[in-house]
Design a protein around this ligand. Structure first.
Ligand code: ADP
Ligand code: MG
Length: 575
């Protein structure tokens, strides 16, 4: 249970403010997260990490000399937006390039990927290493589909130490990849986590039972067993992890760092009892333990659970794992002389899109758009619980909250832009940026892209025509598929958008009035969304759980269909 909060909606923002105030020795707040408060004598490659909030010390707690240069901090369990990642990376950049690193989750991959593009467009060399340590999230022959859990720390630490040693971006990237390839984790949970203000946990584990292979957002486990003894848990961890030795590692004789991680509400004392057996079993297997860690390194709110990470060292990894670092939550040895970072070096990013000239007709269209987005936001408010429930079946349960937050922010941004005299395109751009920033998650990024694509077809000059709307909706469809790489049949919102866009285009081409065509296409979207319940998920967070989603429709497809109906309702009321 999370007990201490003010307005639950403000929890992440207030937490980041308090964290930065308490940690000013190490970090300075910037738009989208925090960056180091100090710099060394020579510029280095910048290692920028991040992810949703709720995992402290990941991610802000790992920023400081010898570790990360900046952390993009998203909303609770929601990826930071591309805009936030880009802002933190730009502030952290010291002139020698940027390495982005984060756990492998669909939303983070999309947002960090987009931020990387923006960095490159600005002429900054930017690379990405995704952490994939969780052995239960995909089989051995699909290592790059595994998600990232406590192994994050290892990859960030090695990359940060390599940067601190003055290595160039090629080497920092190579070492981060190598650290990831040598790191494996296994997690379990005894009880769910409850987000601030929520009435119930994101998931339940029956009393006396333990979920095996559980992720750090409350994604359902892969299996469920009786809670073992501490020694029994250690055995279970090692049976699996010793069967997962990375290429090039042989026992006996290997050197290994064990990291026993509490996920939020397991006592250190319990962890030490488990560690006692972990140490013995590693010794029995002929491994030499180096600098073990027992504590909290990547949590999942107040989840009762633990994970074991094993890092199989070689000389290079050992050197960088043991190198000094100084961050709010993870410290080693003594780092060299530092000086305070200056305001100029943190050159605040002003990325707000300008409101340029617009034609009168386009301004009138912007006012209608603002009303439509407001209508969508209040509809999503009413459906948030239901969408959350759908997402809990095989995902992480946040689709309702994400859509609610995103659409609310989009409605505010659209109203502000329309009031300031923006045309249709600019109003939708503002709304799209706000949706991606505040909505988080995969769907936040996608809705942001969709609104921006729609705006692109409408322009800022003239009245909106039916054929522009068709072009805009086709643009939305293309944007989602280009961005998220999902295809029809993958059980995502694409399965509702494609039939919707195609039907709308066909009907308008056949001579139907826009409103008539839209009404028909909205029905097509609803049917298509319902049909996704017959599919199994191939993409997104739900993917690791295969058939669990059979019988339940895809939440993103359902919310898309709902939106198409609301658009129609608002337009009808308007006329
Ligand atoms: P997250 O998956 O990050 O928790 P949400 O729960 O808000 O984000 O949204 C989940 C929805 O996002 C899914 O139901 C699906 O419709 C959609 N989605 C996930 N991945 C993709 C993708 N690659 N392309 C299109 N839609 C996707
Ligand atoms: Mg979700």
């Amino acid at each position: 249970m999370t007990r201490l909060f003010n307005d639950p909606d403000d929890f992440a923002a207030e937490m980041i403010e308090g964290f930065a105030a308490a940690s000013s020795r190490w970090v300075r707040p910037v738009v989208g997260g925090v960056v180091r408060a100090t710099r060394g004598a020579e510029p280095t490659v910048a290692v920028v990490i991040g992810g949703g909030s709720g995992h402290y010390p990941a991610f802000g707690g790992l920023v400081g000399p010898g570790l990360a240069h900046g952390a993009a901090m998203g909303n609770l369990f929601a990826s930071p937006s591309a805009h936030q990642v880009h802002s933190v990376a730009t502030a952290a950049h010291e002139g020698r390039g940027v390495l982005l690193s984060f756990g492998n989750y669909a939303g983070d991959v999309l947002h960090f990927g987009q931020a990387q593009e923006r960095m490159r467009e600005a002429g900054i060399d930017c690379r990405t290493v995704v952490v994939t340590d969780d052995v239960w999230s995909a089989p051995k022959d699909e290592l790059d589909r595994r998600r990232g859990i406590a192994g994050d720390l290892v990859v960030f630490k090695v990359a940060g130490a390599a940067a601190e040693a003055g290595l160039d971006l090629d080497d920092v990237e190579r070492l981060a990849r190598h650290a990831n390839a040598r790191t494996r984790s296994f997690g379990v949970a005894f009880g769910g986590c409850t987000l601030p203000g929520a009435d119930e946990p994101l998931f339940d584990v029956p009393e006396g039972r333990m979920a095996v292979g559980l992720g750090i957002h409350g994604e359902p486990g892969i299996d469920e067993v009786d809670v073992p003894t501490a020694a029994g848990l250690a055995e279970m961890f090692l049976d699996k992890l010793l069967d997962e030795l990375p290429d090039g590692v042989t026992l006996p004789g290997a050197r290994v760092v064990p990291i026993l991680n509490g996920l939020g509400s397991v006592k250190y004392e319990e962890l030490f009892v488990v560690y006692r057996s972990v140490a013995r079993l590693l010794a029995d297997a002929g491994a030499t333990v180096v600098s073990p860690e027992v504590g909290e390194f990547c949590t999942s709110f107040d989840m009762a659970g633990a994970s074991l990470t094993l890092v199989w060292l070689d000389d290079e990894l050992e050197r960088f794992w043991l190198a000094p670092c100084d961050t709010p939550a993870f410290r080693r040895g003594t780092v060299g002389e530092r000086r305070a970072v200056t305001d100029d070096e943190l050159a605040a990013l002003d990325e707000t899109r300008e409101i340029g000239a617009a034609g009168d007709a386009s301004r009138r269209a912007a006012a209608v758009i603002s009303r439509v987005v407001t209508g969508v936001a209040s509809m999503l408010d009413a459906h948030a619980d239901e969408l959350g429930r759908l997402d809990r079946v095989a995902g992480d349960g946040d689709h309702g909250i994400g859509m609610q937050r995103g659409s609310r922010a989009a409605a505010e941004a659209a109203a502000a832009a329309a009031d300031a005299g923006a045309g249709a395109r600019t109003t939708l751009q503002h709304a799209g940026d706000a949706w991606a920033d505040k909505g988080g998650g995969t769907s936040g990024a996608i809705w942001g892209e969709m609104l921006i694509a729609l705006g692109g077809a409408l322009g800022d000059d003239d009245a909106v025509t039916g054929s522009q709307v068709v072009a805009g909706v086709t643009g939305m469809k293309d944007a989602v598929m280009a961005f998220g790489k999902a295809r029809p049949g993958d059980k995502t919102m694409v399965d509702a958008i494609v039939p919707f866009a195609d039907d709308l285009a066909e009907r308008v081409a056949a001579g139907d009035a826009l409103a008539v065509a839209w009404a028909h296409a909205a029905e097509v979207a609803t049917t298509a969304a319902e049909r996704t319940s017959e599919m199994t998920a191939k993409l997104g967070r739900a993917r690791s759980h295969g058939d669990k989603s059979l019988g339940t429709p895809d939440p993103g497809a359902v919310s898309f269909a709902l939106v198409t109906h609301t658009v129609l309702d608002v337009l009808k009321e308007d006329n």
